[in-house]
Design a protein around this ligand. Structure first.
Ligand code: KIV
Length: 261
């Protein structure tokens, strides 16, 4: 099982770190058996499983429940879970309790925090208390109301510099890895070259030390994909065919058969 120190110690020249979201036991088990290094219980559960328009309504209780389900499906992968909107960074002791719940009640190995200048001190405090933190810079979906859309970040010199400084600040605060979301590939490369900790990219080009995607996009369950994602399968069609077949066989009385032992 990759531990936090093992993820940190991964050689730059070695294979990239693989990270994929999961929100339930079955998919977590499949990801784990496929050899995914890090299973992320993303607050994207809000969009994918729970049907919210954004990640903003996701609660700590929902994250704990999905985290515990994922942990029950995983044997080898590291499980990292998101701290949802406003559960961290408002009040220090509330942030600590919420992060602690993810490890104590959810069983996660680490938490991920959408980062800003205000999350540097809390990252340090959590790390001091023994809670590993993955930082997250670039496009931050929890700031959707402020940004106004899921746009690429770091596209001008000053915002690129801001992201770089934020990344360095979180490394100095003790984060063990950092997600770089939706930014130009050369900015992601500069950040990756300038940090000791591994960078894990999503829509940030090929130069980061790992990659992450949302599992619904990867398996082809989502209705639509962000521009940087890729569909590697077509589970939606498979599921639809299986469900239609089941329905047809029930109404035509082909299923169930007369005797089943
Ligand atoms: O919530 C999520 O799934 C994420 C990834 C996209 C990095 O934060």
């Amino acid at each position: 099982m990759p531990t936090v120190p093992e993820i940190m110690a991964r050689e730059r020249s070695g294979p990239p770190i693989t990270m994929l979201t999961a929100y339930d036991k079955s998919i977590a088990e499949i990801a784990d058996l496929a050899g995914i290094d890090i299973v992320l219980v993303g607050d994207s559960v809000g969009n994918t499983v729970l049907g919210y328009e954004t990640t903003l309504p996701v609660t700590i209780e929902e994250m704990i429940s999905h985290t515990a389900a994922v942990v029950r499906g995983v044997k080898e992968s590291l499980v990292v879970t998101d701290l949802p909107f406003l559960s961290v960074g408002v009040d220090e002791s509330v942030s600590i309790m919420n992060a602690g719940k993810m490890l104590k009640m959810g069983g996660a190995d680490a938490v991920k925090i959408e980062s800003g200048p205000h999350t540097i001190p809390i990252t340090k405090r959590l790390v001091d208390l023994g809670i590993p933190v993955m930082a997250h810079v670039g496009l931050l979906p929890q700031r959707i109301r402020q940004i106004g859309g899921y746009y690429q970040q770091g596209t001008d010199e000053s915002s690129a510099l801001e992201i770089m400084e934020l990344a360095k600040g979180h490394e100095n605060a003790g984060a063990f890895a950092i997600v770089l979301e939706h930014m130009p590939s050369d900015i992601a490369k500069n950040i990756t070259d300038g940090l000791e900790i591994p960078t894990i990219g999503i829509g940030a080009g090929p130069h980061t030390r790992g990659q992450v995607l949302v599992v619904d996009d990867v398996i082809g369950l989502s209705n639509s994909l962000p521009p940087f994602a890729r569909k590697f399968g077509d589970v939606r069609t498979e599921m639809s065919n299986a469900i239609k077949k089941y329905r047809e066989e029930v109404i035509s009385r082909k299923f169930p058969p007369e005797d089943t032992d």
